[in-house]
Design a protein around this ligand. Structure first.
Ligand code: 5GP
Length: 120
């Protein structure tokens, strides 16, 4: 399975303000910022403020308020970036086979061009 939460991960450092990020939204439960290596014209990451490695951690141990706040932030960011009309993609990579690089739970929001059909 996944490792325990590591407070040295890069998103923990962004949350603590130790390294900069181009923030697009912040509230009590979530932070959203532009990906440093964008794969689409819009590529934003949304992270919960709590210490979760995976969707399993988040689903099992976050409060209902935190889970609701997180998903509301995802929807708000997509809307505020003008993606609601044309559409967008939300993606989570989990663990080794998922190619997860940063062990702090996050979702990717991609948009700004037709994204094609995702097969896997
Ligand atoms: P994962 O593969 O874990 O789902 O994706 C991690 C994402 O974080 C990658 O798309 C990568 O470009 C992005 N990323 C890694 N380090 C940084 C950073 O220091 N700042 C920002 N803004 N994004 C980062």
């Amino acid at each position: 399975g996944l490792p325990p939460y590591d407070d040295a991960n890069i998103f923990a450092r962004i949350l603590r303000g130790e390294i900069p990020a181009r923030k697009v939204h912040e509230d009590a439960h979530a932070l959203a910022f532009h990906d440093i290596n964008p794969q689409a014209p819009v590529h934003v990451l949304v992270i919960p403020k709590g210490r979760y490695v995976s969707v399993a951690d988040f689903a099992a141990t976050a409060s209902a308020e935190e889970i609701a706040g997180f998903w509301r932030a995802v929807a708000k960011v997509a809307k505020d970036l003008g993606l609601e009309g044309p559409g967008y993609r939300v993606l989570m990579n989990m663990g080794r086979d998922g190619g997860q690089e940063v062990p702090h739970f996050h979702v990717h929001i991609f948009g700004g061009r037709p994204l094609g059909r995702m097969v896997a």
